[in-house]
Design a protein around this ligand. Structure first.
Ligand code: BGC
Ligand code: ZN
Length: 355
């Protein structure tokens, strides 16, 4: 069968390869891939900056945002059947206490694997095999939009982390800022609007296409090339109760910690490689966090319950803003066009590969 693989750490190596169709064991399910979404992680892997092949192998099949159809089930599989549409989770546990309790997004040891990223093959192939425990059944009415479930789960976890951290205080958030308006930023905006928050987004551009999405959602957008992040609360006339950082810029992350309001929380969800150094007033920074009782939380990957919440919210979003989610999928490519697809990400919101 056809698959898209990289030679890890080799730049621009993603290409179509021919491999054996997987076989399944008793607890496993064979899934035929329909769509796979691409994100910044795939770009970094193709850039040779990230990603590890499974132990003892040379190639890594990429792709971790999947949507596929169950075509065969092992004899002890109970939770899914042929014809079901499923999305697979990404991380696989090690033997730490968190992983053993099903919290492998909170892995303590770091010996986890991630399909399509770290030590495990991904889903950019005609078929994949997986244990039923790691599959999430998605409602048929979501159609192709279910390919947005994995990134939605990442946004759900970030929001869950914020609300969990804020149990430390009486917290009635009104205003949230999202830095970065890629697919993750826009999905986060949708989830926060569903929760009734006033949402502000900021990135470094004015984009007409995204403007229509912001106005439909009722999101206020700022261009960081025209306004300093520090001026946003003044411009809005209110404090920022929650900031979700999704640019991966460590400079933006540090500024977010400085501009978040009293008793507020910042969730950091994104990284970019490098070793950027900046000068900050460390005393002001420390004072701001302490005197404002502010919290900063890092968030990566997602728990199964974040996928489940993601399904509820994608359905709710489709009801509240019909057709809006489909506007996030702006590029479709064949597996053979993988390099072109990765390159096109800079001009797209979500690029998907269609099998
Ligand atoms: C994926 C996560 C993963 C993270 C770090 C993201 O692109 O969506 O599932 O944990 O990369 O590898
Ligand atoms: Zn672990």
């Amino acid at each position: 069968m056809k698959a898209v693989a990289v030679i890890p750490k080799q730049k621009d190596s993603a290409q179509v390869v021919d491999i054996d169709t997987p076989t399944i064991s008793e607890n496993e399910v064979l899934v035929k891939i329909k769509l796979v979404g691409l994100d910044g992680t795939d770009k970094e892997i193709n850039g040779g900056l990230y990603g590890d092949a499974p132990e003892g192998e040379k190639l890594l099949i990429i792709g971790h945002e999947s949507l596929g159809e169950v075509v065969k089930t092992g004899k002890s599989v109970r939770t899914v059947k042929s014809g079901d549409m499923v999305v697979a989770t990404v991380r696989r546990p090690d033997d730490c206490i968190n992983c053993q309790a099903g919290e492998y997004d909170m892995c303590l040891k770091g010996a986890y694997t991630e399909r399509g990223i770290k030590g495990g093959h991904g889903y950019l192939s005609e078929y994949y095999a997986e244990d039923e425990r790691f599959l999430v059944k998605v409602p048929k009415e979501l159609g192709d939009l279910a390919v947005l479930l994995e990134p939605t789960s990442v946004a759900e976890k970030a929001i869950r982390m914020a609300y969990t951290a804020q149990k430390r205080v009486i917290w009635e958030p009104e205003t949230a800022l999202i830095t970065g308006t890629g697919s993750l930023g826009l999905l986060t905006a949708i989830l926060l609007r569903l929760r009734g928050l006033e949402v502000i987004s900021v990135d470094r551009s004015d984009n007409e296409y995204k403007e229509t999405i912001f106005s439909e959602l009722g999101v206020t957008h700022f261009n960081a090339q025209k306004i300093s992040l520090h001026d946003i609360p003044y411009e809005m006339g209110r404090q920022l109760d929650l900031i979700i950082e999704e640019t991966g810029s460590s400079t933006v992350a540090l500024h977010a910690m400085m501009i978040v309001g009293i008793n507020g929380v910042v969730v950091l969800t994104s990284i970019t490689g490098g070793d950027t150094r900046i000068q900050i007033c460390a005393d002001c920074f420390n004072q701001g966090l302490v005197l404002g009782n502010k919290a900063v939380v890092g968030s990566v990957n997602a728990h199964r319950k974040d996928f489940e919440q993601g399904i509820t919210d994608l359905l709710a979003a489709e009801k509240q803003w019909p057709g809006l989610l489909a506007k996030l999928i702006t590029g479709r490519y064949d597996p053979e066009e993988i390099q072109e697809a990765l390159l096109s990400m800079k001009d797209n919101i979500k690029v998907v590969i269609e099998f």
